[in-house]
Design a protein around this ligand. Structure first.
Ligand SMILES: NC(=O)c1ccc[n+]([C@@H]2O[C@H](COP(=O)([O-])OP(=O)(O)OC[C@H]3O[C@@H](n4cnc5c(N)ncnc54)[C@H](OP(=O)(O)O)[C@@H]3O)[C@@H](O)[C@H]2O)c1
Length: 282
């Protein structure tokens, strides 16, 4: 049976797509990798240290009837990035999706940021996106999709996030430039900017010495809950899919309304300013 004569239900959404996701052994990256695998994509699961976790993601992808490969590479190291994309080229010959997801930074006040904190945060969060996109473009000979994962510290200031937030802002700026420069190659470039998302890194952030209680932040979210890994991965998957083919250069905010809200917050008001339960129908 030819591909075009296959019944529609046999074709999965990301069938025959090759997807490379940095930092896919855990968290948002892992969730996305499995979502794509469930829709038939071949996933390249990049990780730095967690070989067992990365292998487990590939095993799960195979159980979902997809192919996959775990590749160790420290994206802070430019040579590792070239090697990572070299593996994609030698194994698959091409690439459809590149998701720049891995991130790490020092969490300090501006006055406490030393040169090595700034240099490493740039090397970990901005440079891999640019170097990775340069490699990805060469392999996207049929067009493709690039998505970078950002966070709300790019738009708002909050405790300990100056370095990562500022470099995420740089990533969002690169998204716009890449979108324009790569449009002629059939490559759309977008971002997904997360609010407070349940993950290992969230646990770490809110247990840092001196950090405010997580509940005080959760109280400011209009949708009254943290985001899930699925909340993020669903939007990234949308930006990789054909359903978003006319969107490029954008960063979509996935934060339950947190960043459209500001002090004085409704939950801090009382009497006539407090939000009532749903009004009864007449
Ligand atoms: N969690 C949130 O609340 C939140 C909110 C907004 C945005 N984000 C963004 O979402 C993205 C993913 O965050 P997450 O919370 O899902 O992360 P996570 O659970 O902490 O997972 C981090 C992943 O990145 C990998 N990694 C770390 N350093 C690496 C390096 N140098 N080279 C290659 N891989 C590396 C880790 O690999 P190993 O397992 O080998 O260490 C792991 O797979 C980040 O860009 C983050 O800024 C997160």
């Amino acid at each position: 049976m030819t591909e075009t004569s296959q019944p529609l239900h046999h074709r999965r959404k990301h069938e025959q797509k090759i997807a490379l996701i940095t930092g896919a052994s855990r968290g948002i990256g892992r969730c996305l990798a499995l979502k794509l695998a469930a829709e038939g994509a071949t996933i390249v699961v990049n990780y730095r240290r967690s070989a067992e976790l990365a292998d487990a993601v590939v095993d799960e992808a195979r159980e979902l009837g997809a192919d996959g490969l775990a590749v160790q590479a420290d994206v802070e190291n430019p040579d590792d990035i070239v090697r990572l994309f070299g593996v994609v080229q030698s194994e698959f010959g091409r690439l459809d999706y590149f998701v720049n997801n891995a991130a790490a930074s020092a969490f300090k006040k501006v006055l406490d940021l030393e040169t090595h904190h700034l240099d490493r945060s740039y090397a970990m969060n901005v440079r891999p996106f640019v170097l990775g996109a340069q490699e990805a473009v060469k392999l996207m000979d049929r067009g493709g999709r690039i998505v970078a994962v950002s966070g709300y510290g790019s738009m708002r200031g909050f405790a300990a996030y100056a370095a990562l937030g500022s470099y995420k802002a740089a990533v969002e700026s690169f998204i716009r430039y890449m979108a324009i420069e790569f449009a002629g190659y059939g490559i759309n470039v977008n971002g997904v900017n997360g609010g407070l998302i349940e993950s290992d890194s969230l646990e770490y952030f809110y247990t840092m010495d001196g950090m405010a209680p997580m509940q005080s932040v959760l109280d400011t979210i209009p949708l009254k809950r943290p985001g899930t890994l699925d909340d993020m991965a669903n939007v990234i998957e949308f930006l990789l899919s054909d359903n978003s083919s006319y969107i490029t250069g954008q960063t979509i905010v996935v934060d339950g309304g947190m960043t459209v809200s500001a002090a004085p917050y409704y939950h801090q008001t009382s009497g006539p300013l407090n939000l009532p339960d749903r009004p009864a129908a007449d």
